[in-house]
Design a protein. Structure first.
Length: 307
């Protein structure tokens, strides 16, 4: 399976829409009202101010790089002294950030470009630029659809997220999980192969990998009915019970799979080097920490281990 990265779509607003000069008369519209839509920086400057001539170009560059998440409004304090006077501006350059109609942050002096970028990053955290796709929201939608049991539709939504961000770990893990749920293990493995090595320990990725490992483990076992007969004929045949639990899990019967492994733990905790408990922990990892079967299973396991 190949996911094509289509980028973020929009190139962002034109610079003319992001940077403008303001006056005493237009300040409320340009800064106060506009900041209710996205953060606005107001740059107080003057022709005679040397540091202003250093700061303003860097400020404009940083604002353009934010692609519409923040706007820049410039005010010449010599031509328009009323507003800076009301705000207590005593030296320039001075930059004040407005958010939701109120001053939110600011700084004075010509700061380094790195500090300027950090200031804007902090100010715009969580802000979506115009035309920008919020991949996190798409993934969240897919997570909800998958939780409701519709793996096919969830897979389509995860794929949409990956079209915008082909390296999104949550979307890759989610898509791979959809494939495991539907039994398409090869596609699940191909999807996980797209996860960088450095991200393989991500909990969502590990959970899907564990689910794949358990499914492959179950493939070598016999039919569930035969395993059930073996256990019924000899309740102390822990290997048969262990295999039965693995096969039941592959069928999606989580409660019954948990029951079989807990029975081994109750009868012989040390069997196969604590193999039943380790397998149950793998089940929990594959199911996810918030799954009802995991929550109930952990509770019952704790009772056995600490009673």
């Amino acid at each position: 399976m190949t996911i094509i990265d289509q980028g973020n779509g929009a190139a962002g607003p034109a610079a003319a829409d992001l940077i403008k000069d303001t006056t005493t008369q237009t300040f409320v519209k340009d800064v106060i009202e506009e900041s209710k839509r996205q953060p606005v920086l107001i740059d107080f400057w003057a022709e005679w101010c040397g540091p202003c001539k250093q700061l303003t170009p860097a400020l404009e560059k940083a604002v353009k790089a934010a692609k519409g998440k923040v706007k820049l409004v410039k005010m010449n304090i010599d031509q328009h002294p009323a507003i800076p006077g009301q705000m207590g501006i005593q030296s320039i350059p001075a930059v004040i950030a407005f958010v939701n109609g109120q001053p939110a942050d600011g700084f004075m002096g010509a700061v380094p470009e790195s500090q300027l970028n950090a200031f804007i990053d902090k100010l715009t955290k969580g802000v979506t630029a115009p035309g920008e796709v919020n991949v996190a929201e798409i993934v969240q939608e897919a997570d909800g659809v998958l939780a409701e049991g519709d793996a096919a539709v969830a897979a389509q939504i995860y794929a949409e997220a990956l079209q915008h961000d082909s390296t999104n770990i949550a979307a890759l893990a989610g898509l791979a999980k959809c494939y495991t749920v539907s039994g398409a293990m090869e596609q699940a493995k191909q999807t996980l192969a797209m996860v960088p090595e450095s991200k393989r320990n991500d909990p969502a990725v590990k959970a899907v990998q564990t689910a794949i490992d358990l499914a492959e483990q179950a493939e070598s076992l016999g039919p569930v009915a035969e395993l059930e007969q073996k256990v019924a004929a000899n309740p102390l045949d822990h290997q048969a019970r262990f295999d039965l639990a693995t096969a039941l899990n592959a069928q999606g019967n989580r409660a019954a799979a948990t029951e079989q492994l807990l029975e081994i733990i109750k009868r012989d905790r040390k069997w196969n080097d604590d193999g039943a408990r380790k397998q149950l922990v793998q089940f929990f990892e594959a199911w996810g920490g918030t799954d009802d079967a995991t929550v109930e299973g952990r509770k019952r396991l704790s009772i056995i281990l600490f009673s």
